[in-house]
Design a protein around this ligand. Structure first.
Ligand code: SF4
Length: 269
């Protein structure tokens, strides 16, 4: 992946490979508060070494472009669910799934909870200086129990039949489930009661139609996921131990980026 460094006016500037914002770099054993996002925690779970190089050493890894089409469906869903939130009516998909006792949750902070860049759901980890946070797509409420429901919108285009089992057992869905677990963990740490199922709102672009004509048709599904937050506590402790260490952790042996970098270093000698 090529990623050229540009300034705010999109002019090319020299890439240093180092982060310049001090607040995003952790000093081992520091006592000041430090924020860790859901995505950085996910990075730690995939490769503690890359996480450490990023958050502690302060290296600026190449980025990837945004997902404009997925973002568009997220924005459109947000608009729909916000109308139901305002009117406190069930969304059109709820009836289809016998969930008319659900409505989008009204809360003064809901926009902050959904702002993954600046706020998100947030909780201090125990009595440490680590603040965990993550921007959730939506939160609904079960009106019969008053429990909150964590929601994530997902866009895809697959010819595979979509059932709850098929969807959740896909090889790349482990990360989706951990994402849900993390949001549930935060909401519970914030003092809310959470419904035992989180929901993926999945829209699947139909690639089997004969032509495009500037329109893509989506089928929609609500996929319940029975969350589990038990694993999170120990993994956060492992992450904090890693951050407080002065040595580089092991790399992920399956990572093609590291293998590429190693081969390249040999060839350039
Ligand atoms: S194996 Fe190397 S490149 Fe891959 S994630 Fe880990 S440190 Fe980063």
């Amino acid at each position: 992946m090529l990623d050229l460094k540009r300034n705010s006016k999109y002019q090319l500037i020299e890439a240093t490979g180092k982060r310049s914002r001090k607040s995003s770099i952790y000093t081992p054993k520091q006592t000041e508060d430090f924020k860790i996002s859901r995505s950085k925690f996910a990075d730690f779970l995939i490769c503690p070494r890359c996480f450490y190089l990023d958050r502690v050493v302060g290296l600026d890894a190449p980025g990837t472009p945004g997902w404009a089409l997925n973002e568009a469906t997220d924005i459109l869903y947000k608009k729909e669910f916000d109308i139901c939130r305002k009117n406190q009516t069930p969304h059109r998909l709820f009836e289809q799934y016998g969930l008319n006792h659900f409505v989008p949750f009204q809360h003064p902070e809901i926009d902050k909870w959904r702002d993954s860049m600046h706020h998100g759901l947030s909780a201090r980890f125990g009595n440490t200086n680590i603040m965990l946070f993550g921007g959730v797509d939506d939160v609904w409420i079960n009106k019969e129990t008053n429990k909150l429901i964590v929601v994530d919108y997902k866009s895809q285009s697959s010819e595979r039949e979509i059932t709850t089992n098929n969807y959740l057992n896909g090889i790349f869905k482990q990360g989706y489930k951990m994402q849900m677990d993390f949001y549930v963990y935060l909401l519970r740490e914030m003092g809310f009661d959470v419904h035992p199922d989180a929901y993926f709102v999945v829209c699947n672009g139909d690639r089997t139609v004969a032509d495009f004509n500037g329109l893509m048709k989506f089928d929609e599904y609500l996929i319940p996921y029975e969350w589990n937050t038990e694993w999170i506590h120990n993994e956060v402790i492992n992450m904090i131990d890693c951050m407080n260490s002065n040595s580089l952790p092991e790399s992920n042996k399956s990572c093609k980026n590291c293998a590429y970098a190693a081969q390249r270093a040999i060839k350039e000698l």
